[in-house]
Design a protein around this ligand. Sequence first.
Ligand code: GCO
Length: 449
Amino acid sequence: MSKIQFPEDFLWGAAAASYQIEGAWQEGGKGESIWDRFSHTPGKVRGGDTGDAACDHYHRFREDVALMRELRLKSYRFSISWPRVMPSGRGKVNQAGIDFYSSLVDELLNSGIEPLATLYHWDLPQALQEKGGWADRDIAGWFADYAAAMGRALGDRVKKWVTLNEPQIFCALGYLTGEHAPGEKDAMKYFRASHFANLAHGRGVEALRSEAHGANIGTVLQLPPFHPGSDREDDHEAARKMDGVFNRWYAEPVLLGRYPADMLDLFSVLDIPIEDGDLDVISQPIDFVGLNLYTRAFAKKDPSTPLLEAAYDVDHRTPGAAHTEMGWEVYPQAMFETLARFKDEWGNPPVYVTENGAAFADRFEDGSVNDQDRIDFLKAYLERARAAMDYGVDLRGYFVWSLMDNFEWAHGYSKRFGIVRVDYETQRRVPKASAFWYRGVIENNGFEI
Ligand code: GCO
């Protein structure tokens, strides 16, 4: 047995998000979100599931913070529901919504748990979608006003913020494939949304800096390594292109102040509305980057994809590899590969793993869940994260996804990612074996493998 040991000040936490756990979708003055609208649209979410009730965190947050304290979490990453605090997305704030997050923050701080607030985790106010949503340049100003309002309301106590959760995912699935809200399938809208999301990030950082004094501000990117689906050169080229359009297109404007040249060349025929000065806004200094990392992705040449001529090779299976309930390959080396890029390619900024975890077919027997598969998953990825630190990556902390089972977007409640089980009928929380294992990791600042 050997010990995987982390630095004394390593920040151990768990993550969740507003639409996935809060419920209370029409309570306390909250406005409609694009995910309320999407999940209420027949055929969009498995089994017709919605976030109407979810884990009822809106009413049970004190119980949930007590559970976090029992698990010795040092930090909790939550997201703020924009329409809960600004029902129409702009202008007047809803004080009842502000009060909810203020009470949550106080409960966390009184429990010795550091809050990390995500400003946007996909639940855009529907009223803003009706004005064009992420495909309209005005979103950057709307987001900045929202960020400023949250900085004013919570900035005295919340010292770690991230602007956007995974712009590449909410743009690609929301505007290209239509699998997520708002369910559009329009490549030009996708490119507009991708740039305006990057721009909104920059405007949001500026706004937070002005209102949340002394805050540490970052963004959150999901950056799976793209591997070729075969040894053919055109699949290797496809992997480079997919990395360009889904990873570097979001990481490099923020971290390097420019869009990747190969991607700008490829898409030069499109009228992507990048204006003078935009990159200066997008690339203003941030204090850390959040990385969401689950697996690797495979790419293949696909002549039917306009301009890019590359696509995800979703049929690729690695012989003998384990896969999670999401069909994602268990590939811990992805953690090392992506973390190493921050050192090798992107200026070695401070990094937090803001999401890592897995959905498995948990068996709830005799009142408990012995999720050894999830423990093994976390051990393997954390070992690679530690190796990345030895390589020189400035990794500061790790947030397991997720604190509790929750609404997994288009999969509804069919996928359980939590280290705590939620019975959606009774809303009873039951810590799984992985929760107790993770508590030991936090107490010992490491684990045996
Ligand atoms: C994401 C989102 C989370 C998901 C989790 C599992 O990365 O897709 O941040 O909201 O629920 O990653 O898919």
